[in-house]
Ligand binder design. Structure first.
Ligand SMILES: Cc1cc2nc3c(=O)[nH]c(=O)nc-3n(C[C@H](O)[C@H](O)[C@H](O)COP(=O)(O)O)c2cc1C
Ligand code: SF4
Ligand code: SF4
Length: 249
């Protein structure tokens, strides 16, 4: 059983590609979070989690969701992170989570995908994003083949403690807030942003999106808006919106 949490579609793509090789089902943690339930799952095959890296760790909302899930059957688990450049010391926190849940970590690895953090960094344009997806495919397939054979990964990432241990908590306190999101006159009031927010943090008032206080900066709303009508403070004007690039491969 292959779970993913995904803001802009990168981790979802990796999960779906992995599932094709492993011949296993895919479960969206976005949907679980949206419904406010963690659930009980039974699988004889190893569990696989595909998650983006947020400031050097797995996203907090994903960690909390996994913490609450009942995972029965197999105790083996693989974690695949998608990131722009490096997962830093994510593995350390994943090992701790596995320890608390009595899961055996059979593999941890990562794959580089387009930068999704449009609110803070430059992001590739659409064509560049497509190229990054194509370049990532051999590694995704290689990891999926190992999972299919239930082989352990030998990869280990060292270092990155400063980002994961020190900056991560400060980042959540200081940077992760929906306060900077606003719409432009391009907004059609279609409601897709509210539908896509995994934390139900957007509601429409007279067809105008309003952001609440529960945001994890996944970037699904701003990147997924079909009218490109969402901006974040002054950081996002003119930047490319990359959402569900897999549809254009
Ligand atoms: C809040 C946030 C924090 C991020 N932090 C990191 C990071 O520490 N290292 C990194 O290489 N990429 C980082 N990224 C980039 C994402 O991990 C990467 O683009 C990922 O593939 C996004 O996957 P998704 O589309 O499934 O959400 C960050 C992105 C966001 C939105
Ligand atoms: S998805 Fe975009 S166009 Fe649709 S309601 Fe949200 S901001 Fe407006
Ligand atoms: S408000 Fe936007 S960025 Fe925040 S969690 Fe919802 S979809 Fe993600």
């Amino acid at each position: 059983m292959i779970f993913y949490f995904s803001g802009t579609g990168n981790s979802r793509y990796v999960a779906e590609k992995t599932a094709e090789t492993v011949q296993d089902e895919v479960v969206s943690m976005n949907a679980l979070l949206k419904e406010g339930k963690a659930g009980t799952f039974i699988s004889e095959k190893p569990y696989v989690f595909v998650l983006p890296v947020y400031a050097g760790r797995m996203p907090r909302v994903a960690e909390h969701c996994i913490e609450k899930m009942q995972l029965e059957g197999s105790s083996a688990v693989y974690f695949i992170m998608t990131c722009f450049e490096t997962p830093y010391a994510s593995e350390k926190y994943i090992r701790r989570l596995c320890g608390r849940k009595h899961l055996e970590l059979s593999g941890f690895d990562y794959v580089c995908m387009p930068q999704s953090y449009i609110a803070m960094y430059d992001v590739p344009d659409h064509d560049q994003a497509v190229q990054i997806y194509r370049k990532a495919l051999p590694k995704i397939t290689e990891m999926a083949e190992k999972i299919r054979r239930q082989e352990k990964f030998d990869h280990q990432v060292n270092g990155g403690g400063m980002m994961s241990d020190v900056i991560n908590p400060v980042f959540y306190q200081m940077a992760v807030s929906a306060k900077g999101f606003h719409t432009t006159d391009r907004c059609t009031g279609c409601g897709l942003c509210a539908e896509r927010c995994p934390l139900n943090n957007i509601r429409l008032q007279d067809k105008v999106p309003q952001w609440g206080n529960s945001c994890t900066h996944c970037m699904a709303c701003i990147d997924g808006c079909p009218a490109q009508a969402i901006e974040y403070k002054k950081a996002t004007a003119g930047k490319s919106r990359n959402y569900n690039i897999a549809a254009d491969l």
